[in-house]
Design a protein around this ligand. Sequence first.
Ligand SMILES: C[S@@+](CC[C@H](N)C(=O)[O-])C[C@H]1O[C@@H](n2cnc3c(N)ncnc32)[C@H](O)[C@@H]1O
Length: 239
Amino acid sequence: MKDPSFRRSLTLFRAFLREQDDPRTAYELLARDAADQVERHVRLDGRVVADVGGGRGYFTREFRRRGAHSVLFEPDAAELGAEPEAGTVVADGYLLPLADGAADVCFSSNVLEHVRDPATFLSEMVRVTRPGGLIYVSFTNWLSPWGGHEWAPWHYLGAERARARYERRTGRAAKHRLGENLFAIGVAPTLRHVRGRDDVELVSARSRYWPVFPELVCRLPVVREFATWNLLLILRRCS
Ligand SMILES: C[S@@+](CC[C@H](N)C(=O)[O-])C[C@H]1O[C@@H](n2cnc3c(N)ncnc32)[C@H](O)[C@@H]1O
């Protein structure tokens, strides 16, 4: 599907709305879309890919389907499901069991907002990427309409209130708690951070899903915190 386009964004949004009932369709679609985004910069065939915080393995499966040697790193065994992909490694993104420069592509989808120290997490992604290699990082920023995850959009009224509301309404324990496994990460500070690093070049900063002008929306102060929805950074490791 053409990226960006209204058709693509609508298809992804519809799949996202049905994610609870049909996670497989939603995540297979998202994985194909993300792999297409990677392949705008580098062919996956024959490449070594580290999928950090890869969860159920949809992305790793898609990378392998395209000929990559993809290894999934996931610290929470419960996230892997009953039948993890062969070659899955239970490991934390802060401390990956990989040599310096081992990966051609280091990939992380929707993990950065779940770590307390995103700068250190990024440093580890950079360390394992070879000079000239590609780093794909995407995350939902806190002021995004989806920033509160399962308790969105009520996070705009405060995290604890939104969480309590979710538990009252659904009768289920919320998966996320702010400051424990979800963190209020912003678009502007993250862009400032990556631009200030001397070990990566910022190749592209865009909204991951936005149908028009996905780069422009990330350049508008204040507006970008609400409108970006999910920030996608493509970085290249400096030699
Ligand atoms: C929202 S899920 C995203 C899963 C998958 N990457 C995706 O895009 O569908 C967030 C994942 O980040 C993982 N995670 C949290 N902290 C992490 C860390 N320090 N290192 C690596 N993964 C982490 C979680 O266990 C979880 O699988």
